[in-house]
Design a protein around this ligand. Structure first.
Ligand code: SAM
Length: 272
């Protein structure tokens, strides 16, 4: 049984303490199952402006620090700071190096001073933030004029096969909620930052069966954490129903799980 079996109510994103606790628990297993996260973070690195040579960078929602280490390797002379809401992730990252400082903090209220960074890099973290407008405002505040925010996130359509399969079983939503791409467009346009690029690209992973997918989501700490889910166990019949419903999506490579990935690159104006 995984928490993905628990239906959720419409509305809010998960409680931040639960997000932090879930990712802290996942710190040890995360890197072994993070294929999507690796591919997306690499694609985000490739979207940084070619001329980028930061003296100070921030890895926001740094997780196990894989991309802190990639940033440190790419910008050797620069000073790096990693921020994450999950203490368990930070202590795991600290042991492996990359950033010079590891700071516990919330992307919506950064414990960092104004104008401190040339680059804010954030891969697959801000989908957990209820107020993306606050994340953008905070990124703008901690960037120096001319600095760049590069983020990746997930939007509506992510895990659509799993959502639809549960829908067929009990008519309820069991998958984490995601903002629409249009919301990302609007919030970025209203952020006061200059938009250099914003796109949505599907990324499809394949699994031999549903349990492999749900176990992976749990190992990533990314299973359903939405408020309103009941705490009861899933009945065998409902689980069986889910497995059957998901089979309709099977293709040559197995059971697909689609992620709708958003990539955004924005710059703070030089004159501010
Ligand atoms: C899917 S992991 C991605 C980690 C890393 N960026 C990577 O690509 O491997 C998401 C991370 O975002 C962190 N996170 C979630 N909400 C956050 C918030 N409000 N502020 C800071 N970090 C947050 C989680 O604790 C987790 O470590």
């Amino acid at each position: 049984m995984t928490d993905l079996s628990r239906p959720i109510l419409p509305g809010a994103l998960p409680d931040k303490r639960q997000v932090a606790a879930s990712f802290s628990r996942a710190a040890a297993s995360y890197d072994s199952v993070a294929a999507l996260q690796r591919a997306v973070g690499d694609a985000l690195l490739a979207r940084l402006p070619a001329s980028m040579a930061p003296t100070r960078w921030l890895d926001l929602g740094s997780g196990t620090g894989h991309f802190s280490r990639a940033l440190a390797a790419r910008f050797e002379a620069a000073h790096g700071v990693a921020v994450d809401i999950a203490e368990g992730m930070l202590s795991h990252a600290r042991e492996q190096g990359g950033a010079h400082h590891h700071v516990a903090g919330d992307a919506e209220r950064l414990p960092l001073r104004d104008g401190a960074f040339d680059l804010v890099f954030s891969s697959l973290a801000v989908q957990w933030c209820d107020q993306f407008s606050s994340v953008l405002a905070e990124a703008r505040r901690v960037l120096r004029p001319g600095g760049v925010l590069a983020f990746s996130s997930l939007c509506v359509g992510t895990l659509e096969e799993l959502r639809a399969s549960w829908q067929a079983v009990d008519g309820l939503v069991h998958v984490n909620r995601f903002r629409g791409f249009e919301d990302y467009q609007r919030l970025c346009a209203d952020s006061g930052l200059t938009l250099l690029g914003l796109e949505r690209l599907p990324h499809v992973l394949h699994y031999p069966d549903v349990r492999s997918l749900t176990h992976e989501l749990k190992a990533l700490g990314a299973h359903n954490l939405n408020p309103g889910r009941p705490s009861g166990l899933t009945g065998r019949a409902r689980m069986q129903g889910l497995l059957q419903a998901y089979e309709q999506f099977r293709d040559d490579q197995g059971l697909p799980a689609t992620y709708q990935v958003v990539y955004g690159v924005l710059r703070r104006g030089e004159e501010e």
